[in-house]
Design a protein. Sequence first.
Length: 345
Amino acid sequence: MTELTGMNCAELTEWVKAQGYPAFRGKQIFRWIHQGAEFGEMTNLSKEMRAKLESVAVAQPVHIRLKKESPLDGTVKLLYELQDGNCVEGVVMRYKYGVSLCISTQVGCRMGCRFCASTLEGRVRNLTAGEMLGEILCANRFLADEDIRISHVVLMGSGEPLDNYDEVIRFLRLLKEEEGIRLSIRNVSLSTCGIVPKIYDLAEEGLPVTLCISLHAPTDEIRRETMPIAYTWSISEILEACRNYIRKTGRRVIFEYALSDGLNAEEEHAKQLAGLLRGMQCHVNLIPLNVVKERELKGISEEKVQRFLKVLQENHISATRRREMGDDIEGACGQLRRSIINAEV
Ligand code: SAH
């Protein structure tokens, strides 16, 4: 079966022509796909054509298997099922400025960060560009009942986006297609644990997404305690790549910093972090570490989060404590998928 969702309009038109149909059908089908439609719903195609397409191709490679809505803040956690039966997660977050969707880029992850639930069983496979788009299309479909659409996307679900570089870039380009969902690249954030050469590549793509770096430590020594990638690239190499990204795209970089008691959360660490980032066009997002039951790392008190934040701000670093959404519905990092997988075995 050919997955059509990952094709741009020109490629889809070529494919449609190769099936023996006129070129204008390509644009029609492309529009339908980006509206989240299945072949059966493409009412401006003949019944025969719909049946033929259905027998050779897939329009929507992703379907929602489970939805959990938080009664507290309206955050919706989604469990998506892919064509091969694998599952990935997504989270819909409602903000004043719009509706944001957190999407996954891989089934599992091979980065091995010690605090993260997504990586516990390693990487199963990369998602295709069409599957990443499919995550948005599915979410848009169920939000259509409320007459809203996804306006912002964060690549912060399971997986390391820069470990699936080509498909992620293809996905980002699909967002810009004339006849497609036309989500502004400026409303997209890409989070990485810091694969340095790919950060340089990304700066050259003409796709000025907001780059988020999962830093989580002020020194290489501390970073290596939880993030294996820190043995490959140092913090100073990451920061150099970020400076280049800022120069090339004009966008500020966001540093994510998950606070864990006894690891990286003392005032001294905040001072070290401020020293690293001084003068950089950036923002720090502080996150109290979400305790994953399979992991031994500790969470942190609100008081300590506030103290850490204060030290950063006193040192003129733009920083906020990230609002936690969907805490009550296993909103964090691979936890819903795990709870489902575990319930099945
Ligand atoms: N692989 C990418 C994106 C996926 S993770 C990356 O590393 O950035 C999205 C964010 O959640 C990352 O900042 C990650 O470090 C963070 N994260 C993972 N597990 C967490 C936990 N238990 N508590 C808080 N943040 C966590």
